[in-house]
Each structure stands twice: as structure tokens, then as C-alpha cells.
Design a protein around this ligand. Structure first.
Ligand code: PGA
Length: 249
């Protein structure tokens, strides 16, 4: 059985000491897991220190929240895979809705960023519709547009290292969780699209959007939900530990 994946997305939160303390606090539980894995997408500036805290132990995987596809060059404000790998970072989020909506990152840009996915560097590619898009019946069209930009650009090697995350924009940071039916139907749509356009193999699909200890039990049992991408609740040792315990059940 595929392990459940619990990915914390810290966004632009936590100072250096708080970040180290949180990872330190997560270590005892994370080192005992059999059915789940804990990944943390931390702000770039904390990655070196967190890597030091973990000192090569791989039970918590470290990730970035965005990544550029070139190795180096005149790209002010960007970070490359070789820079991240030097710090022991093994994955990055791409196409998070905050990048798409607050920073105008396009489908094409997200697809270009995902071209770094490979054997030793995974990409968690996020897709999801806004409330207006859902209410006007465009959810599947939006998911398809976002995924098609990705599958058109990605090589076979990229595709085998891409994990998907369904995050309805209206559920992120709002306390509103999509219904089990909505999650199941979106995941099933994403799964079919992916298998059709990525050579037949399935890939894990995470759910994200106000995941918390009181709703994760239900969400984690929905077919095709391979784990969660967690924002707010990943900043609390208590809440994130509860989520890990649920993922492990
Ligand atoms: P949230 O964020 O859990 O705070 O809703 C999820 C995300 O943005 O990845």
C-alpha cells in the first residue's frame, strides 16, 4: 500500500527559532511512522537550519514552496534545484493557488517550474477552482486547463516525479472544507485526466483546504485521497501531530 503523505505548507510563517522548534517537536512521532510520511515545505530562509536539525535523517522530508527551472542565472528572487539539493531539499510545491492568484503565476509558468521534477526531486503540483468557477459549473474545465498545461510540457521523466494536490481555492485558509462528494468527484476527475495524459500510471493526489484534526479522519478515507497538503494546522505542533496520528491509522 502507498504510504499516506502529510505535507505541511508553512507559507510565509514562523521565525528561525520557531521553525527549528517545530521540526524538533515533530521528530519523535515522525520517526516511528509505518503507513505515512511527513513532508514540510518551509520558507527558503529556514531550509539550511532545518536540514541541520534533521542532520540527514530522512523521516521528515524538507521542501521548498516554489522553484525555478533553470540551474542559475539572472532570475532575481528565484531559487534553483541545485541550490535546494545542496541543503538536502527533495521536493517543492508548484502552482499553489496563492502563487496563481496573488502573484499572477500562469498555468504555463507553473508547468515550466514543474519541468525540474525527476528521480531525486519531486514536485507537488497544485490545482483547484475558485468559488466563482465552482458556482458557475466550471470546476472540471479549470482543473483540466491547469493539468493540460502541465501534461503538455512535462516529459515522461517529469511525470513520474509529480504528485498532484487538489486545493479548492475557496477552502484554503477559510475553515470551509469541500464536501466528501466534491472531493471524491474532483479527485476522480484529476486521476482519470492524469492517467490518460501521463502514460497510464496513476500518481498520488493530496487534498488541501482547511484540513484539521476534526475533519481529516473523514477526508483521509475518501477514495483517491492519498494524503493532505496542510497550511494553518501545520504550524501547530499539537494539531499537526494529531493529523500525523490520523494518517498513520
Ligand atoms: P490551509 O492551507 O490548510 O490553511 O487551508 C492549505 C494550503 O494552502 O496548502
Amino acid at each position: 500500500m502507498q504510504k499516506r503523505l502529510l505535507v505541511g505548507n508553512w507559507k510565509m510563517n514562523l521565525g528561525a527559532e520557531q521553525a527549528k522548534e517545530l521540526v524538533h517537536g515533530l521528530q519523535p512521532l515522525s520517526s516511528t511512522l509505518k503507513h505515512s510520511e511527513v513532508w514540510i515545505a518551509a520558507p527558503f530562509v529556514h531550509l539550511a537550519a532545518l536540514s541541520h536539525v534533521l542532520s540527514g535523517r530522512s523521516f521528515i522530508k524538507l521542501g521548498a514552496q516554489n522553484v525555478h527551472w533553470e540551474k542559475s542565472g539572472a532570475f532575481t528572487g528565484e531559487i534553483s534545484v541545485p541550490m535546494l539539493k545542496e541543503l538536502g531539499v527533495t521536493f517543492s510545491l508548484v502552482g499553489h493557488s496563492e502563487r496563481r492568484h496573488l502573484f499572477s503565476e500562469s498555468d504555463q509558468l507553473a508547468a515550466s517550474r514543474s519541468q525540474v521534477a525527476g528521480a531525486d526531486f519531486k514536485i507537488i503540483f497544485c490545482v483547484g477552482e475558485t468559488l466563482a468557477e465552482r458556482e458557475s459549473g466550471k470546476t472540471e474545465a479549470v482543473l483540466e486547463r491547469q493539468l493540460k498545461a502541465l501534461t503538455d510540457k512535462a516529459s515522461t521523466q517529469n511525470k513520474s516525479a509529480i504528485i498532484l494536490a487538489y486545493e479548492p481555492v475557496w477552502a484554503i485558509g477559510t475553515g470551509k472544507v469541500a464536501s466528501a462528494e466534491d472531493i471524491q468527484s474532483a479527485h476522480s476527475f484529476i486521476d482519470s485526466f492524469w492517467r490518460e495524459h501521463a502514460g497510464g500510471a496513476a500518481t498520488p493526489i493530496l487534498y488541501g483546504g482547511s484540513v484539521a484534526p476534526d475533519n481529516f479522519q473523514l477526508i483521509s478515507q475518501i477514495p483517491l485521497v492519498a494524503g493532505a497538503l496542510v497550511g494553518g494546522a501545520s504550524l501547530s505542533l499539537e494539531k499537526f501531530s494529531k493529523l500525523i496520528q490520523i494518517a498513520e491509522m
